[in-house]
Design a protein. Sequence first.
Length: 327
Amino acid sequence: TQAPVNVTVTGAAGQIGYALLFRIASGQLLGADTPVKLRLLEIPQAVKAAEGTAMELDDCAFPLLKGIDITDDAKKAFDGTNVALLVGARPRTKGMERGDLLAANGGIFKPQGEAINAGAADDVRVLVVGNPANTNALIAQAHAPDVPAERFTAMTRLDHNRALSQLSAKLGVAVTDIKKLTIWGNHSATQYPDLFNAEVGGKVAAEQVEQEWLKDTFIPTVAKRGAAIIEARGASSAASAANAAIDHVYDWVNGTPEGDWTSAAVVSDGSYGVPEGLISSFPVVSRNGRYEIVQGLEIGEFSRERIDASVQELIEERDAVKQLGLI
Ligand code: NDP
């Protein structure tokens, strides 16, 4: 039988953590044949709450769950880790400037990058969920020089899934009828969900909807869905974010289906004019355990403008963390 895979979750006592841990332990992250060991990282004040979640995990008697460690020490949390889900982050509070937000998150993601560099397993895969996710991933990656940069990714899969759902409702088709949808850029309000390269029933998706709907309804609905959930639920999305994290890692490990791709923020190799080194969302396929950027897509003027605007925001975030000495 297979040795357990070590999965580290930071911010384990938070909302997303609560929705995520049970699915990991049940086998949905890596597959029904893969035993897992969980490492929960929390800040000292939240360790007790994480212990409570661990008690509930015990009470599920999951056959695949081979142990749970809880710590407030990043070094311990990432020692030997194979999959690291960086969920805990410093949220933006009212009146907070972007520089303060980036500095606070630098204080979290720099030591975590260093701990990953020092102790993670050779095959480590890192997914950053905590916002600002792309730039937090960039900070962690910059402090892990011994880990291949491609192992650091940030999550845009929830945006991707939201776009699939909106388009399927609009066209009255199954989500599985939609292929090759892409989220480009930053996981923020500037993200660009691209229907020009997407296909429904083998035909271009953008040609099956009114251009006004695409521009004035679809794009803003996908980009602002998080705020709409907060408005309706009184709390930010958690189960859907956890679900997207599961999808991202599952596909990374197990591959994407032939004839389709998904979206993930990965280190740019300069493709599509995105500066090398930025962690930006692209169309990606997963092959042999690696996410690869889909090449050769045509980018029209409408898309170009929007991709450039989102990438510009990432450049500004990168420059700000550089100035703060965080990368
Ligand atoms: P959540 O579990 O709801 O969210 C965690 C992070 O995920 C936030 O940064 C949030 O960003 C982000 N996120 C990304 N995508 C989404 C999405 N689609 N919907 C909602 N959130 C998204 O936060 P909680 O406050 O419940 O829990 C955070 C936990 O992290 C706390 O227990 C805290 O103690 C812990 N923490 C742990 C650290 C560590 O382990 N070193 C460091 C810092 C915090 P946004 O705020 O923009 O919604």
